[in-house]
Design a protein around this ligand. Structure first.
Ligand code: 5GP
Length: 192
Protein backbone atom coordinates (compact mmCIF):
# COMPACT_ATOMS: atom_id res chain seq x y z
CA UNK A 1 0.00 0.00 0.00
CA UNK A 2 1.87 3.01 -1.36
CA UNK A 3 0.24 5.48 1.05
CA UNK A 4 1.49 3.46 4.03
CA UNK A 5 5.00 3.13 2.56
CA UNK A 6 5.12 6.94 2.13
CA UNK A 7 3.73 7.56 5.61
CA UNK A 8 6.41 5.34 7.18
CA UNK A 9 9.10 7.24 5.24
CA UNK A 10 7.68 10.60 6.32
CA UNK A 11 6.78 9.87 9.95
CA UNK A 12 8.62 6.69 11.03
CA UNK A 13 11.86 6.50 12.99
CA UNK A 14 14.21 3.52 13.00
CA UNK A 15 15.63 2.80 16.46
CA UNK A 16 18.51 0.53 17.44
CA UNK A 17 17.45 -3.12 17.74
CA UNK A 18 15.51 -3.03 14.45
CA UNK A 19 12.53 -1.25 15.97
CA UNK A 20 10.44 1.00 13.76
CA UNK A 21 8.56 3.70 15.66
CA UNK A 22 5.29 4.80 14.08
CA UNK A 23 3.79 6.46 17.12
CA UNK A 24 2.33 9.35 15.12
CA UNK A 25 -0.33 7.21 13.42
CA UNK A 26 -0.40 3.60 14.66
CA UNK A 27 1.21 2.97 18.05
CA UNK A 28 0.53 6.00 20.23
CA UNK A 29 -1.39 8.74 18.44
CA UNK A 30 -3.95 7.23 16.07
CA UNK A 31 -4.55 8.76 12.64
CA UNK A 32 -8.09 7.48 12.39
CA UNK A 33 -8.74 8.53 8.77
CA UNK A 34 -5.57 6.73 7.74
CA UNK A 35 -6.37 3.70 9.89
CA UNK A 36 -9.71 3.47 8.09
CA UNK A 37 -7.88 3.52 4.73
CA UNK A 38 -5.77 0.61 5.90
CA UNK A 39 -8.83 -1.17 7.23
CA UNK A 40 -10.59 -0.72 3.90
CA UNK A 41 -7.60 -2.20 2.09
CA UNK A 42 -7.60 -5.25 4.38
CA UNK A 43 -11.34 -5.67 3.76
CA UNK A 44 -10.70 -5.45 -0.02
CA UNK A 45 -7.91 -8.05 0.12
CA UNK A 46 -10.17 -10.53 1.93
CA UNK A 47 -13.35 -9.70 0.00
CA UNK A 48 -15.25 -12.83 -0.99
CA UNK A 49 -13.82 -14.91 1.87
CA UNK A 50 -16.19 -16.17 4.49
CA UNK A 51 -14.97 -14.49 7.67
CA UNK A 52 -17.14 -13.84 10.71
CA UNK A 53 -14.60 -12.65 13.30
CA UNK A 54 -11.36 -10.75 13.63
CA UNK A 55 -8.84 -11.79 16.29
CA UNK A 56 -6.10 -9.43 17.43
CA UNK A 57 -4.01 -8.75 20.53
CA UNK A 58 -3.97 -5.77 22.84
CA UNK A 59 -2.90 -3.02 22.62
CA UNK A 60 -1.51 -2.03 19.27
CA UNK A 61 -3.46 -4.51 17.15
CA UNK A 62 -6.82 -3.20 18.25
CA UNK A 63 -6.92 0.03 16.24
CA UNK A 64 -6.22 -1.52 12.84
CA UNK A 65 -8.45 -4.51 13.65
CA UNK A 66 -11.34 -2.16 14.45
CA UNK A 67 -10.71 -0.24 11.21
CA UNK A 68 -10.95 -3.45 9.16
CA UNK A 69 -13.99 -4.61 11.13
CA UNK A 70 -15.81 -1.37 10.33
CA UNK A 71 -15.74 -2.32 6.65
CA UNK A 72 -16.20 -6.08 7.10
CA UNK A 73 -19.05 -5.53 9.57
CA UNK A 74 -17.90 -8.28 11.93
CA UNK A 75 -16.81 -8.23 15.59
CA UNK A 76 -13.26 -7.94 16.89
CA UNK A 77 -12.00 -10.14 19.71
CA UNK A 78 -8.72 -9.11 21.28
CA UNK A 79 -6.46 -11.38 23.27
CA UNK A 80 -5.61 -9.91 26.66
CA UNK A 81 -2.07 -9.89 27.95
CA UNK A 82 -1.54 -11.39 31.40
CA UNK A 83 1.73 -11.41 33.25
CA UNK A 84 1.00 -14.40 35.44
CA UNK A 85 -0.25 -17.69 34.16
CA UNK A 86 -3.77 -18.40 35.38
CA UNK A 87 -4.93 -21.77 34.12
CA UNK A 88 -8.63 -21.40 33.73
CA UNK A 89 -11.03 -23.69 31.87
CA UNK A 90 -13.05 -20.72 30.63
CA UNK A 91 -10.19 -19.33 28.54
CA UNK A 92 -7.75 -20.24 25.79
CA UNK A 93 -4.23 -19.29 26.89
CA UNK A 94 -0.91 -19.22 25.06
CA UNK A 95 2.57 -18.02 26.02
CA UNK A 96 4.07 -15.42 23.68
CA UNK A 97 7.55 -13.91 23.62
CA UNK A 98 7.46 -10.13 23.19
CA UNK A 99 9.89 -8.84 20.59
CA UNK A 100 9.75 -5.25 21.79
CA UNK A 101 9.91 -5.93 25.55
CA UNK A 102 12.03 -9.11 25.47
CA UNK A 103 9.83 -10.95 27.95
CA UNK A 104 7.13 -13.64 27.94
CA UNK A 105 3.47 -13.07 28.64
CA UNK A 106 0.26 -15.06 28.45
CA UNK A 107 -2.32 -14.11 25.83
CA UNK A 108 -5.82 -15.01 26.95
CA UNK A 109 -9.14 -15.19 25.09
CA UNK A 110 -12.45 -16.11 26.71
CA UNK A 111 -14.07 -19.24 25.30
CA UNK A 112 -17.30 -17.23 25.14
CA UNK A 113 -15.96 -15.28 22.14
CA UNK A 114 -14.28 -17.92 19.95
CA UNK A 115 -15.60 -21.34 18.98
CA UNK A 116 -15.34 -24.10 16.39
CA UNK A 117 -17.82 -22.43 14.03
CA UNK A 118 -15.72 -19.27 13.67
CA UNK A 119 -13.84 -18.37 10.49
CA UNK A 120 -11.20 -15.95 11.65
CA UNK A 121 -9.03 -13.21 10.19
CA UNK A 122 -6.04 -12.53 12.47
CA UNK A 123 -4.82 -8.91 12.45
CA UNK A 124 -1.87 -7.16 14.11
CA UNK A 125 0.08 -3.94 13.66
CA UNK A 126 3.55 -5.48 13.09
CA UNK A 127 4.87 -8.84 11.97
CA UNK A 128 8.53 -9.42 12.90
CA UNK A 129 9.57 -12.92 14.01
CA UNK A 130 5.97 -14.09 14.05
CA UNK A 131 5.68 -14.89 17.78
CA UNK A 132 2.55 -12.80 18.37
CA UNK A 133 0.74 -14.12 15.29
CA UNK A 134 1.91 -17.67 16.08
CA UNK A 135 0.26 -17.31 19.49
CA UNK A 136 -3.00 -16.09 17.95
CA UNK A 137 -2.95 -18.97 15.43
CA UNK A 138 -2.53 -21.33 18.37
CA UNK A 139 -5.57 -19.82 20.12
CA UNK A 140 -7.70 -20.28 16.97
CA UNK A 141 -6.53 -23.91 16.88
CA UNK A 142 -7.42 -24.44 20.55
CA UNK A 143 -10.93 -23.18 19.76
CA UNK A 144 -11.23 -25.61 16.83
CA UNK A 145 -11.95 -22.55 14.65
CA UNK A 146 -10.57 -21.87 11.16
CA UNK A 147 -7.94 -19.26 10.34
CA UNK A 148 -8.82 -17.83 6.94
CA UNK A 149 -5.73 -15.62 6.88
CA UNK A 150 -3.59 -12.99 8.53
CA UNK A 151 -3.31 -9.27 7.84
CA UNK A 152 -0.79 -6.82 9.27
CA UNK A 153 0.03 -3.20 8.61
CA UNK A 154 3.82 -3.53 8.61
CA UNK A 155 5.86 -6.68 8.06
CA UNK A 156 9.59 -6.53 8.79
CA UNK A 157 10.48 -8.99 6.03
CA UNK A 158 14.10 -9.28 7.14
CA UNK A 159 12.97 -11.02 10.35
CA UNK A 160 11.24 -13.73 8.28
CA UNK A 161 8.23 -14.43 10.52
CA UNK A 162 5.96 -13.79 7.53
CA UNK A 163 7.93 -16.12 5.28
CA UNK A 164 7.65 -18.92 7.86
CA UNK A 165 3.88 -18.50 8.09
CA UNK A 166 3.54 -18.48 4.28
CA UNK A 167 5.64 -21.67 4.10
CA UNK A 168 3.04 -23.26 6.40
CA UNK A 169 0.38 -22.42 3.80
CA UNK A 170 -1.11 -19.53 5.77
CA UNK A 171 -2.29 -16.56 3.73
CA UNK A 172 -0.44 -13.47 5.00
CA UNK A 173 -1.29 -10.01 3.66
CA UNK A 174 0.98 -7.15 4.69
CA UNK A 175 0.18 -3.60 3.66
CA UNK A 176 3.90 -2.78 3.63
CA UNK A 177 6.85 -5.17 3.75
CA UNK A 178 10.21 -3.73 4.80
CA UNK A 179 13.15 -5.68 3.39
CA UNK A 180 15.82 -3.60 5.08
CA UNK A 181 16.02 -0.51 7.24
CA UNK A 182 18.50 1.70 9.03
CA UNK A 183 18.36 5.25 10.33
CA UNK A 184 18.76 6.66 6.79
CA UNK A 185 17.01 4.26 4.44
CA UNK A 186 13.96 2.00 4.39
CA UNK A 187 13.65 -0.45 1.49
CA UNK A 188 10.34 -2.08 0.66
CA UNK A 189 9.59 -5.42 -0.94
CA UNK A 190 7.75 -5.11 -4.25
CA UNK A 191 4.29 -6.64 -3.99
CA UNK A 192 1.91 -7.58 -6.79
P1 5GP B 1 6.76 -10.73 16.44
O1 5GP B 1 5.96 -11.44 17.48
O2 5GP B 1 6.27 -10.99 15.04
O3 5GP B 1 8.23 -10.98 16.58
O4 5GP B 1 6.59 -9.18 16.74
C1 5GP B 1 5.35 -8.57 16.52
C2 5GP B 1 4.86 -7.84 17.74
O5 5GP B 1 5.92 -7.07 18.33
C3 5GP B 1 3.79 -6.86 17.32
O6 5GP B 1 2.63 -7.18 18.05
C4 5GP B 1 4.32 -5.49 17.67
O7 5GP B 1 3.53 -4.94 18.71
C5 5GP B 1 5.72 -5.70 18.18
N1 5GP B 1 6.75 -5.22 17.22
C6 5GP B 1 7.68 -5.98 16.58
N2 5GP B 1 8.52 -5.21 15.88
C7 5GP B 1 8.11 -3.93 16.05
C8 5GP B 1 8.60 -2.67 15.56
O8 5GP B 1 9.59 -2.56 14.82
N3 5GP B 1 7.92 -1.56 15.96
C9 5GP B 1 6.84 -1.63 16.78
N4 5GP B 1 6.24 -0.47 17.09
N5 5GP B 1 6.36 -2.80 17.26
C10 5GP B 1 6.99 -3.93 16.91
Amino acid sequence: MKALEDKILNEGTVLPGDILKVGSFLNHQLDVAFLLEMGQEIARLYQGEQINKILTIETSGIAIAVAAAAFMKIPVVFAKKNRSSNIDCETYTVKIHSYTHNNDYDAVVSKAFLNAQDRVLIIDDFLANGQALGGLLNIVEQAGATTVGVAVAIEKGFQHGGDKLREQGIRVESLAIIDSMDSNTIKYREQA
